[in-house]
Design a protein around this ligand. Structure first.
Ligand SMILES: CC(C)(COP(=O)(O)OP(=O)(O)OC[C@H]1O[C@@H](n2cnc3c(N)ncnc32)[C@H](O)[C@@H]1OP(=O)(O)O)[C@@H](O)C(=O)NCCC(=O)NCCS
Ligand SMILES: [Zn+2]
Length: 254
């Protein structure tokens, strides 16, 4: 049997266009219109359009035929919120969407829950965030870094931990301190995960999202997963071609 696989696609918010907005459903367009900042609007449009294009390509349907059921892995609040789960023709595929600064990412896998997180390394006062994010051991490891390394170290922790919580669908409500991961200079690994939603088996990898960013991918799988990383620009620049047929994109997507 071939190894399980996960594909990760990176894009820039500047690729947002009316053609991409056309791929979104009514609820997504309404949400898009509610963002006050153009940068937030663009990140959202690119993330959702890319998720639709990828699911459509995988399922062999039009991007607008894909629907996303929002399910929260943490609470029972009645209004739809939480992780988007592909439905309709794309049922059985799993996606995770992330955006930060100039990066938008989507991870796609067949049947394996995925969590993708990218964080822009912000040169800001981290003191308030550290107790919300890190366990005592993680905090000690961060403190042991040279001061100039701490912002990148902190966001390495954040991306790894949030990728894990996004894979299970708990999101931040699951508590970043419920999961403990290896330090920024060590290979990514889960050291401890407390709580009923902690999965038995998870694969965690760091991804290269370019200078000034930290990114991680978590896949709920029992053994290592092959991860293929792609540039989504050709796909987003010609979304009409994607709509011609389920296979029409493969050339542009490589
Ligand atoms: C959404 C969340 C998981 C990610 O936060 P972030 O770092 O700000 O943003 P990212 O760009 O990395 O990820 C956002 C994407 O995660 C996805 N997402 C939302 N909730 C999710 C969840 N519970 N699990 C996994 N993915 C989730 C969505 O696709 C969203 O993007 P989109 O709305 O554009 O499609 C986090 O902010 C969160 O958990 N918020 C909810 C907290 C909350 O309100 N709790 C109370 C109700 S449970
Ligand atoms: Zn919830």
């Amino acid at each position: 049997m071939s190894a399980a696989r996960c594909d990760v696609w990176w894009a820039a918010p500047a690729l947002a266009s009316p053609a991409l907005l056309d791929l979104l459903d009514e609820a997504e367009r309404a949400r898009h219109a509610r963002f006050r900042l153009p940068a937030d609007r663009d990140r959202y449009a690119v993330g959702r359009a890319l998720a639709r294009l990828l699911c459509a390509r995988a399922a062999g349907c039009h991007p607008r035929e894909v629907s996303f059921l929002l399910r929260c892995g943490h609470c029972d609040r009645p209004e739809p919120h939480g992780k988007p789960h592909p439905a309709g023709p794309a049922e059985g595929w799993e996606v995770s969407v992330t955006h930060s600064g100039e990066r938008v990412g989507v991870a796609l896998s067949r049947g394996l829950p995925v969590g993708l997180d990218v964080e822009r390394v912000a040169d800001r006062d981290l003191d308030g965030l550290v107790s919300y994010t890190l366990t005592d051991r993680e905090r000690a490891a961060l403190d042991a870094l040279a001061p100039a390394e701490r912002p990148a170290g902190f966001f390495t922790y954040w991306a790894r931990k949030e990728a894990l919580l996004k894979a299970t669908g708990q999101g931040l409500a699951g508590g970043l301190t419920s999961v403990e991961v290896s330090g920024p200079h060590a290979d990514p690994a889960v050291l401890e995960w407390r709580g009923p939603a902690a999965p038995d088996r998870v694969q965690l990898v760091d991804l290269d999202a370019g200078d000034g960013y930290r990114a991680a991918l978590a896949v709920l799988a029992p053994s290592p997963v092959t991860v293929a990383v792609h540039d989504a620009a050709p796909l987003l620049g010609a979304p009409q071609r994607a709509c011609v047929s389920g296979t029409g994109l493969s050339e542009a997507a490589r």
